[in-house]
Ligand binder design. Structure first.
Ligand code: CTP
Ligand code: CA
Length: 223
């Protein structure tokens, strides 16, 4: 309510948000992960609920609490996230894929801890399914699909724009994660919102909750 001005523009809509990072275990004590805190997904879910949406949040491991007003589906690995996400997507008018999904996983999960001197030999990787790409294949005309891209370097918008196209998204939220004060883990974020029409909206540094509402405000116009 703080940033939405009491708008109920998502009343009657079902929203799916993914957030947090996935963990791909190689043995009981080690996993491949990433620094995502889950905060952007959590704030998006909260914002959508405040605006009247029925919200499902598929959330990777995090120390943060899911908002009580959303239906939270905790997951650990990318395969589990894919399963939950595909099932919930079927009814979702609006989907935000804010999770940081692993790109590779160990080809085998060892039941016993691997001695460290054997890790180099025994760790082999296989690709993880691109959940968002699969959602774009399943997408119906009544559904809106929003992707995220965490990029680095001066030319960070180039790969982001390529992902918008390659994954047939309506919207893509791109941000630079190699600058201080924004991106992974923090309270604040700064981003560029790209649309399938080729429009770009710069979103200056602000809290992730405020950004969630700003994104929703922008998306009221067609992509
Ligand atoms: N994504 C996904 N499943 C994956 C990897 C990524 O659904 N296995 C989604 C992310 O949730 C995000 C978007 O794809 O919404 C872009 O993720 P990103 O990591 O930036 O792009 P990738 O396509 O994985 O390419 P790369 O890591 O090489 O930049
Ligand atoms: Ca990736």
């Amino acid at each position: 309510l703080l940033w939405s001005g009491g708008k109920q523009d998502l009343a009657g809509k079902t929203v799916l948000v993914t957030g947090g990072g996935t963990r791909e275990f190689l043995d009981p004590v080690r996993f491949i992960g990433n620094p995502s805190s889950g905060r952007m997904g959590i704030e998006l879910a909260a914002a959508c609920a405040h605006r009247g949406g029925t919200v499902h949040l598929v959330l990777g491991p995090t120390h943060l609490e899911a908002p009580p007003e959303v239906d939270c589906h905790p997951v650990v690995g990318a395969a589990q996230m894919a399963q939950a996400t595909f099932a919930l997507f079927e009814r979702a008018h609006l989907t935000f894929m804010a999770a940081a999904v692993a790109d590779v996983r160990p080809s085998q999960i060892h039941i016993d801890k691997i001695p460290k001197n054997q890790l180099g030999n025994r760790l082999t990787l296989e690709p993880v399914e691109d959940i968002l790409l699969e959602l774009s294949r399943r997408k119906q005309p009544w559904q809106t699909l929003v992707g995220f891209a965490a990029q680095t370097g001066e030319d960070w918008l180039v790969p982001a724009a390529a992902k918008l196209k390659a994954k047939h998204l309506d919207w893509l939220v791109a941000n630079r994660v190699d600058l201080q004060e924004q991106g992974f883990g923090g309270d604040n974020n700064q981003a560029m919102l790209l649309s399938s029409r080729g429009d770009m909206h710069a979103i200056p540094l602000m809290s992730k909750l405020e950004m969630a509402h700003r994104l929703l405000d922008r998306m009221e116009t067609p992509a």
